[in-house]
Design a protein around this ligand. Structure first.
Ligand code: ZN
Ligand code: FE
Ligand code: FE
Ligand code: ZN
Length: 271
């Protein structure tokens, strides 16, 4: 991966494959779709630590984890496109030490930290979308940012995935929740974590990249580095709207972005 003077679109760090139960296409097809990108990285869903939460439609099984790791490493060796090995792990308060033990054993380039659940509500799961009706949306966002702060404070994650995810289905807080966002931003900055510009929101009812320009501006001002992901769940989504993502990052004040090698940050110039 060539840094200075690289005019290619950023590395897409956020690719899923069918092991998670809700993606399509062969891993090699995702790599072949990299086109004008500087590289790709896989970050499929780590199995849930709580056996009762195991859901073949949400995450790979523990039996599949070595298949995933070996498959991505093989692709890395075989392809001319740079291929990174990441994972997307859910944050749940109380699971920190178990998760630390698991992540410490894996040969990963980076770990996405994701909050997909607020309490017992998997708020980004379309099967539970009806729970938005009558829900306190401000509270959902506030609770979400509180969990993000806890996630950052755990020190277990490299990247804050899809930063304002509760807007996915188009619900937004009636009034801004800046204070709660600031608590999350401060914790993310203190942890040395990176914020993701994730284009999948454009494909959802939110019709907007995660995060909003306003939140990304404040992340930049707080000194939080930025990275990029499409959250592709099929090969045709690799690098989706990355020009737009770069434009957003530049508008927010960024001139460089971050990729990873063996859980170390690597800085690259934004095209
Ligand atoms: Zn997924
Ligand atoms: Fe996610
Ligand atoms: Fe994802
Ligand atoms: Zn995700």
């Amino acid at each position: 991966m060539n840094g200075l003077g690289d005019r290619r679109l950023p590395v897409d760090h956020h690719l899923h494959i069918p092991l998670c139960g809700h993606a399509d296409g062969m891993p090699a097809e995702y790599v072949a779709a990299a086109g004008a990108l500087a590289g790709v990285g896989f970050s499929d869903h780590l199995p849930y630590l709580e056996p009762a939460m195991a859901d073949p439609a949400l995450a790979m099984s523990w039996d599949d984890l070595p298949v995933y790791l070996g498959g991505v490493r093989r692709l890395r060796e075989e392809s001319d496109t740079p291929v990174l090995l990441g994972i997307e792990a859910d944050y749940f308060p109380g699971q920190e030490s178990r998760l630390a033990n698991i992540l410490g054993e894996l040969p990963l380039d980076y770990v996405y930290g994701a909050v997909h659940w607020v309490g017992d509500w998997p708020f980004d799961d379309s099967r539970h979308r009806r729970r938005y009706e009558g829900a306190d949306i401000n509270k959902l966002f506030r609770d979400y940012y509180g969990l993000v702060a806890g996630m950052a404070a755990s020190g277990l994650f490299d990247v804050w995935a899809h930063p304002d995810l509760p807007k996915k289905f188009g619900y937004r807080p009636a009034e801004p929740v800046y204070d709660d966002e600031d608590v999350a931003l401060e914790a993310v900055a203190a942890a040395g974590m990176v914020i993701e510009v994730n284009t999948s929101g454009l494909r959802k009812p939110a019709r907007e990249i995660y995060p909003s320009l306003g939140l990304l501006r404040r992340a930049c001002a707080a000194g939080i580095p930025v990275t990029f992901g499409s959250d592709a769940h099929r090969p045709g989504e690799v690098g989706h709207e990355f020009k737009r993502a770069v434009t957003l990052a530049r508008e927010a004040g960024y001139r460089t972005y971050t990729t990873f090698s063996r859980r170390e940050k690597v800085g690259l110039t934004l095209p």
